[in-house]
Design a protein around this ligand. Structure first.
Ligand code: ADP
Ligand code: F6P
Length: 479
């Protein structure tokens, strides 16, 4: 058994909650990434002497553990080769497309798998050093699926949880993976394996039965050594109240007014906000909007589409191809359909602060979220949280995890362009009563099920697993 550290709660994720940046004076420093996950986990980390292990981006080596705003952070180094093979390769060109319904063709390379294994082992070893006797370790996402079993081998005293933020594929697709058995066995190192949707948890249990041959009953896997592993759904959410409070500020309201004026005060603003990723269906939604203008159903003087796309994984070939595709499509649509001072599409390839995102959500009448497949899609929930006046319309793909909770959205099949066009027009023409009825119901769901409730329910379920030798994670103090 590896020697014990002092942390009662260890988070293991591919990324740290801070990015390495160059400060205004030119020196290197850290910038907090504003993700909801950190907001949810931070109070629990403080209460439990927590430590977060992750990669800060880049290839800088020799970074020492440090404390940021009360959180102990351990930066992990990746070599240029590991960034290419573990992160860009196996994580984002093998697993990402495979787990997202093969929207792009996954690539299988043995050296990428070797690198994924080596990086997972290093993260597991570091977690084994950091965790106190009987501590809880919570491992996150598809980049780290081997960590649970590697860690259990080093530290059988730990309580280990795993949560997958992206979809888990149907068995027919998962079986393509040459290393399918190793991945399943990696995940089975955990006491609790969490997914966004119950269908994903069922896929996992079925695969374990078929491929690894373990006995299963409902959501429990029975291992030969007497240990059990539970697989269940924990749909993730956002800091709902935080978003609403931000949206209510005068600054955000003023900025939203400014944005609408800068767009030429159209009757309706359509909005898309995504990482620039081929799973998000950006191409299809822009085409649908353009066709509505061509058909004469919409006019550029009445409606504008604002598309904000955050640069993402720019070294991966499929992402470069997508960027060129979208650039070309936007250019063509605006060239064909725009008027002077009135482009049909306002496109931004940029990342914005939370305040600007909230202002965009306030400025938009129709939020368009059309992924071909998405684990949850937090943007849909963020839009709902910002619409405190119970107005605004959400057009949402039925293939986003969020569709299970946001039933009152205009749900669409992103492969069906005509269906998408009809939904855009229904949302465009909807009367205030219909909008209010739908938004009220969606807001109730999002406000009552926030990210803090998600984290608490996962950790409670993990505490309830049979790992009775391990310590209990204390919930965060209220107020
Ligand atoms: P994914 O995890 O695949 O990126 P989600 O919709 O679940 O998709 O989460 C995306 C997160 O990134 C949201 O919190 C959203 O507000 C944020 N985001 C997306 N685009 C931008 C952008 N252009 N600028 C800043 N934040 C963005
Ligand atoms: O939601 C999936 C995910 O890969 C997260 O793990 C990650 O935080 C986010 O998307 C952004 O991806 P990346 O870390 O590759 O920039």
């Amino acid at each position: 058994m590896a020697t014990s550290g002092s942390a009662d709660l260890v988070i293991v994720a591919n990324r740290l909650p801070v990015d390495r940046v160059t400060l205004p004076d030119g020196s290197p420093g850290w910038r907090r990434s504003p993700g909801g996950l950190v907001t949810a986990i931070e109070p629990i980390m403080r209460e439990n002497d927590g430590t977060w292990i992750g990669w800060p981006g880049g290839t800088e080596s020799g970074l020492e553990p440090f404390t940021d705003d009360g959180m102990d952070l351990i930066p992990m180094t990746m070599s240029a080769e590991e960034v290419e093979e573990h992160y860009e390769g196996f994580s984002n060109a093998t697993l990402w497309p495979l787990y997202h319904d093969v929207v792009a063709k996954p690539e299988f390379h043995r050296e990428w798998w070797d690198s994924y294994t080596a990086v997972n082992r290093r993260f597991a070893e570091r977690a084994a050093e950091a965790a106190a006797e009987g501590a809880t370790v919570w491992v996150h996402d598809y980049q780290m699926q081997l960590v649970p079993a590697m860690l259990r081998e080093l530290r059988p005293d730990l309580r280990i949880g795993f949560f997958l933020h992206i979809p888990f594929p149907p068995t027919e697709l998962f079986q393509q993976l040459p290393w399918r058995r190793q991945i399943l066995e990696g995940l089975l190192g955990a006491d609790l394996v969490g997914f966004q949707l119950s269908g994903a948890a069922q896929n996992f249990v079925r695969l374990v039965r078929q491929r690894v041959g373990h006995k299963t009953h409902r959501d429990v896997v029975y291992l030969p050594d007497g240990r059990t592993v539970r697989a269940a759904a924990f749909p993730i959410s956002i800091d709902s109240r935080g978003f609403e409070e931000l949206a209510r500020t005068e600054e955000v309201e003023e900025r939203a007014t400014e944005i609408r004026a800068a767009l030429g005060s159209p009757r309706k603003v359509f909005l898309g906000v995504d990482r620039l990723d081929y799973t998000k269906g950006i191409h299809a939604r822009l085409r649908a909007f353009a066709e509505l203008i061509e058909d004469g159903a919409l006019d550029v003087e009445d409606a504008v589409f604002v598309q904000v796309a955050t640069p993402s994984r720019e070294q991966v070939e499929q992402y470069r191809i997508l960027r060129d595709d979208i650039d070309r499509l936007v250019g063509r649509i605006n060239g064909d359909l725009g008027k002077i001072g009135q482009p049909a599409i306002s496109y931004f390839h940029a990342s914005y602060p939370r305040e600007e995102m909230a202002a965009l959500f306030r400025a938009a009448d129709i939020m368009v979220v059309t992924p071909y497949r998405d684990g949850m899609n937090l943007v849909a929930k963020e839009y709902v949280a910002c619409r405190f006046e119970n107005d605004g319309a959400l057009v949402l793909s039925e293939f986003a995890g969020a569709a299970e909770e946001l039933r009152q959205a205009w749900q669409i099949n992103p492969y069906d362009i005509n269906g998408m066009k009809s939904a855009f027009m229904e949302a465009y023409r909807a009367d205030d009563r219909d909008l209010t009825r739908r938004m009220k119901a969606m807001r109730k769901q999002v406000m009552e099920h926030d990210v803090a409730a998600w984290a608490a329910s996962f950790l409670q379920a993990l505490n309830d697993t049979q790992a009775s030798h391990a310590k209990i994670v204390r919930p965060a103090k209220q107020g």
